[in-house]
Write a protein that binds this ligand. Structure first.
Ligand code: DGI
Ligand code: FE
Ligand code: FE
Ligand code: FE
Length: 186
């Protein structure tokens, strides 16, 4: 495994300063959510820190990896918003030598969520949405709900993300809709 200094240096080398700050914020928030939910705090903090490792990888590199590593070819119909988690895990395993399947799964699911979510999946998904650097209308309510009840945080985030995507007529990834139906719909 990499030393923590090596891991931090690699993470920093992959992104601009604002994105790095976001990753620190997600890491701290994931630690807090882990403490509130009886989950391994160091593991949650690590998953949060690296969740956007591939956020600034080039489209052409994502496309090459989807093809060469035999990812579902349907991914080619989507975009970097969807790729940086699902395909990003490939870069995280390759460069950061992270092998913990629970961490890798939480990163895969951090943008779209999924019909099944472990505690760590929920922690990373929610921490990404409410970290201290986020400032969208409703973020205070999202923080309040999420710190009180993690599942309600997941529901809040899914309904707000769907509203946001629909308002701009974005194409919705089917997993996002399936997750909404399980975690947020009445
Ligand atoms: O990487 P971050 O910006 O920290 O946050 P993220 O990974 O949760 O989300 C990245 C973007 O992906 C965000 O603008 C919302 C968008 N997104 C989430 N679900 C879907 C989606 N975009 C599309 N087109 N379809 C989705 O289902
Ligand atoms: Fe992300
Ligand atoms: Fe998110
Ligand atoms: Fe993020």
């Amino acid at each position: 495994p990499l030393s923590s200094a090596e891991l931090i240096a690699k993470e920093k080398s992959m992104m601009d300063a604002a994105r790095f700050e976001h990753c620190i914020g997600v890491s701290q928030t994931a630690r807090k959510l882990a403490q509130l939910n009886g989950y391994d705090e160091d593991k949650a903090a690590l998953a949060g820190f690296i969740h956007d490792y591939a956020k600034q990888v080039d489209n052409s590199e994502f496309e090459a990896v989807i093809k060469s590593e035999n990812f579902d070819p349907d991914l080619l119909n989507w975009n970097r918003a969807i790729w940086h988690g699902i395909v990003g895990v490939y870069f995280i395993e390759r460069d950061l030598k992270i092998t913990d399947p629970e961490i890798l799964q939480a990163i895969r699911r951090h943008t779209t969520a999924d019909t099944e979510m472990t505690t760590l999946d929920k922690i990373v998904f929610v921490a990404d949405f409410i970290e201290p650097g986020r400032s969208f209308p409703g973020v205070e309510e999202a923080r309040k709900v999420s710190f009180a009840n993690l599942d309600q945080g997941v529901a809040y985030e899914l309904s707000h993300t769907l509203e946001f995507l629909i308002a701009k007529r974005a194409r919705i990834y089917p997993k996002t809709i399936a997750a909404y139906n399980v975690w947020a719909a009445e």
